[in-house]
Design a protein around this ligand. Structure first.
Ligand code: FES
Length: 180
């Protein structure tokens, strides 16, 4: 054999080269695997942070439930607008409460409460709704949507994450504060 073929890797004998190469390959694979694990962990954390909470989950509910105020702050026969949640708290003359959506059920325009006329009047195509959200003038064909009202410790809370579509007003939709 010629001397040039005996030494291949910088002065190392041919029988030492495979062990060195193998150790280097192993370390390279190990570092790649660790890097991949770290990358996957980072992606998972980012995804967990950015993904929306599941509907109905405690996390999601905490984000959608709005404290509207004390029961006594809503006088019977009044309508109070909440811009943040885009709903109205309606206190009926008998003390019952409803949370009505501000969106017209025709094409979704915001419907203001006209105190003088005691009705919701849509500025887009003139649909009108009474204080319970029932249609009194078309083209809308169904009542304003409602949101669940929860009364805890005499505080009115509204879950804006659970919009309820309805055909007409039903007295069963009214929530009454507990009698004291
Ligand atoms: S959007 Fe209200 S009447 Fe058309």
């Amino acid at each position: 054999m010629k001397p040039s073929k005996i030494k291949t890797l910088k002065g190392k004998k041919p029988d030492e080269a495979p062990a060195e190469v193998s150790r280097r390959s192993f370390l390279s694979i190990l570092w790649s695997a660790l890097g991949l694990v770290a990358l996957m962990e980072f992606l998972w954390m980012t995804f967990s942070f950015l993904r929306p909470a599941k509907p109905g989950s405690a996390e999601n509910q905490a984000n959608t439930v709005i404290n509207a105020g004390a029961v006594v702050s809503f006088a019977p026969g009044t309508v109070t607008a909440f811009q943040s949640g885009e709903f109205y708290i309606v206190r009926l003359n008998d003390g019952g409460l409803l949370a009505l959506s501000c969106k017209c059920t025709h094409l979704g325009c915001t419907v203001p409460w006209i105190e003088k006329e005691k009705k919701f009047l849509c500025p887009c195509h003139a649909s009108a709704f009474d204080i319970t959200g029932n249609v009194i003038n078309s083209p809308a064909t169904r009542s304003l949507d409602i949101f669940p009202v929860i009364i805890e410790n005499n505080i009115v809370r509204v879950d804006t994450g659970k919009r309820i579509k309805r055909g007409n007003f039903d007295p069963k939709q009214v929530i009454y504060p507990p009698k004291v």
